[in-house]
Design a protein around this ligand. Structure first.
Ligand code: NDP
Length: 313
């Protein structure tokens, strides 16, 4: 593999793939470090809703390869390796990866996020044995069973709707008093005959010897055990930024601050998608971030302009 690139993009999700497409179309020698799996978190999503041009939604496992194909046709290269660290040397960034070192004049960090875990007893032991983060992968396994979903945001409700296509009953357990998900999901969930929502519920333990048989829950009236065949956990996202420790100032949520052009405080380093501060959390926004970052990287390579926070010029 070549080791010298003008632009290296870390992350093979929608932000990274779209940045690669744009960067390659701008004529920049571009490499994408995809991490372990191309497609990022959205790869396993049965239906990405609200993406322009797809009124019926589009599966993540269709959309991500489509963008990759477009980026490849434009000239972008791909390596299945994660970015482990960045160091400035002269006017280049030296990038450490499991597949060896590569050098880049500009780096776009589009490393996305991972799904948070509950950190309660039983969770580690029963992971993959009835505890899942992927409704579209595992829904067929719970046909005609009762399952629980934890969370009250867009992911929890979207995945509860997917599960309701297979399961007999889906119980959403939410620790708050109101759902924070967008109305498009809320309305469908509230009306769905197979879905029940329980508020003010804390899940204290996952039950089962070698597979999930239930959860121990607590509400204002006390504790109880709830029998479920599987547990789907959607309690938010943790940005993938640990590999940057000490290199870049992160915001209090561990995300990367950027200006309006996706530029970070480090010259030639940009961030795009859910890993950056104040990301909108929509696939379309990640694609937009990727495009913006690639255009800004191109301008930087052309004229060296880099004041953090300056959006004009
Ligand atoms: P969110 O952070 O939006 O929601 C997390 C939910 O989990 C909240 O209800 C939160 O409750 C709850 N929660 C957090 N921690 C715990 C815990 N320890 N125990 C129990 N419950 C907990 O995450 P999502 O994954 O839902 O969404 C992530 C991003 O992706 C958002 O920007 C979202 O809009 C976006 N998204 C967009 C979609 C679309 O547009 N089609 C589809 C899916 C996701 P509390 O409110 O009390 O903190």
């Amino acid at each position: 593999m070549d080791t010298d690139f003008e632009v290296v993009i870390a992350g093979g999700g929608i932000a990274g793939l779209t940045a690669a497409l744009t960067s390659a179309r701008l004529g920049r020698k571009t490499l994408v470090l995809t991490g372990d799996v191309l497609g990022g978190l959205l790869l396993s999503i049965e239906k990405i809703d609200g993406f322009p041009g797809f009124p019926e939604g589009v599966p993540g496992y269709d959309l991500c390869p489509m963008i990759q194909e477009q980026a490849t046709a434009a000239g972008a290269e791909f390596a299945v390796a994660a970015l482990d660290g960045i160091t400035r040397r002269d006017d280049r960034w030296q990038l450490k990866t499991a597949a060896g070192e590569v050098r880049a004049r500009a780096v776009i960090l589009a490393t996305g996020s991972t799904l948070k875990e509950l950190g309660i007893p039983g969770e580690a032991r029963l992971r993959g044995k009835g505890i899942s983060h992927c409704a579209s992968c595992d829904a067929p396994l719970v046909r005609n069973r009762t399952v629980a979903v934890i969370g009250g945001g867009d992911s929890a409700l979207q995945e509860a709707l997917t599960l309701a296509g297979f399961a007999e009953r889906v119980i959403i357990l939410h620790r708050g008093k109101a759902l924070s998900a967008q109305a498009a999901y809320r309305d469908r969930v509230v009306e769905h005959r197979k879905i029940e929502i329980r508020f003010d519920i804390v899940v204290e333990e996952v039950l089962g010897a070698d597979k999930v048989t239930g959860v121990r829950i607590r509400d204002a009236t006390g504790g109880a055990d709830l029998e479920v065949a599987a547990l789907f956990v959607y309690i938010g996202l943790a940005p993938t930024t640990a590999f940057l420790s000490g290199q870049l100032t992160l915001d209090p949520f561990g995300k990367i601050p950027v200006d309006g052009r996706m530029r970070t405080e480090l010259p030639g380093v940009l961030a795009a998608g859910i890993v950056r501060s104040e990301a909108a959390g929509r696939a379309a926004a990640s694609a937009g971030d990727g495009t913006t970052a690639a255009v800004a990287a191109d301008r930087y390579l052309a004229n060296g302009d880099w004041p953090f926070g300056k959006t004009g010029g």
